[in-house]
Design a protein around this ligand. Structure first.
Ligand code: PSU
Ligand code: MN
Length: 307
């Protein structure tokens, strides 16, 4: 039986893929768990618009009634945004269960990559990826996103990862699993709200064309696995380091005190950091997603032009 039996590709996305036109995948956990309503829906729709303006077709990905969806309608995006955290956050271990039960699932970076690969989409834009959590030496909390990057052929464009994670260990893990980490226009790993982490990425690339060419070579070599493109937040939207770090420290302390663990950890920390910094971090978050969508569309275009 083919995995395609579980897949619904939106007609607009299917046409673009058949014609060899650029498509950019987008995740749905960022809508349901990453931002509050109604900014989540507004952002998701605005991101799709940006991708279209850049000349690519957006495909927001999710599971609905047990179906893997590559491309959502506006109504479906609104539904995910309104239901928010009532929708199950679906990582790799959840997908088969939700499909068998005919349920809904918000796709994380992991499951968005899985469904994008099923549909033949090569490039995916998001905000931040999951990674190795601080204290993982004790908790073993390492996001399934890192394993998926090692195994699934999708290029993920992000703004680095939030400092709720141990960024140094996250880079070590990606190195072990053979995932190239590219800095767009920088040799320094961006840290989501901030352009700076003090850590080095593997390679600096200054154009979408160079990234697309490398992705193509990776595919031609028959390498399994993705590529991580880290795109620093535009300077004007970056947050003050102390403000954000204090909020993160506080959120981490509360998570430990309340015994938050497993799949709840990341959504808990994201929500607390947002509350503790007022609306500022949400504005930055939205802007960096727009910035990543633009770059991803340009990588997808360059990839198609040389395919
Ligand atoms: N980091 C963010 N925003 C997010 C996420 C992470 O800054 O929305 C979401 C993504 O969907 C990511 C997931 O794939 O959280 C990682 O969750 P976990 O750490 O449980 O693997
Ligand atoms: Mn985890």
């Amino acid at each position: 039986m083919s995995q395609k039996l579980f897949l619904d590709v939106k007609p607009e996305v299917e046409e673009a893929l058949k014609a060899g036109k650029p498509v950019v995948a987008l995740e749905s956990t960022i809508i349901s768990h990453g931002m509050p309503y109604p900014q989540n829906v507004e952002t998701a729709l605005a991101v799709e618009k940006i991708i279209r303006e850049e000349g690519a077709v957006p495909a927001t990905i999710a599971m609905i009634n047990g179906r893997c969806k590559a491309g959502l309608t506006e109504e479906e995006i609104e539904y995910f945004g309104k239901k928010g955290t009532k929708i199950a956050k679906a990582s790799r271990r959840d997908l088969a269960v939700l499909a068998a039960r005919g349920e809904d699932g918000a796709t994380t970076v992991t499951t968005t990559m899985i469904i994008a690969a099923m549909a033949g989409i090569k490039v995916f834009a998001t905000g931040g990826i999951g990674g190795v959590h601080r204290g993982a030496q004790q908790t073993f909390d390492i996001s399934a996103d890192l394993e998926e990057l090692a195994n699934t052929d999708v290029c993920v464009v992000c703004a680095g990862a939030k400092a709720i994670l141990d960024l140094k260990l996250t880079l070590e893990y990606l190195e072990t699993r053979g995932v190239p980490v590219i800095g767009y226009g920088t040799k320094e790993l961006p840290a989501f709200y901030s352009r700076h982490s003090g850590l080095e990425v593997d390679y600096r690339m200054d154009s979408a064309e160079e990234i697309a060419k490398t992705l193509k070579v990776q595919h031609d070599l028959g390498f399994k696995g993705g590529m991580l493109v880290t795109n620093p937040i535009p300077e004007e939207y970056a947050m003050d380091g102390d403000t954000i770090n204090n909020a993160i420290e506080q959120a981490l302390k509360e998570a430990t005190e309340q015994g938050i663990h497993g799949k709840e950890t990341t959504p808990f920390l994201l929500a607390r950091v947002k509350d503790l910094t007022g609306g500022d971090s949400l504005d930055s978050n939205i802007q960096l997603v727009f910035n990543n969508a633009r770059l991803a569309a340009n990588i997808a275009k360059a990839y198609c032009e040389n395919a």
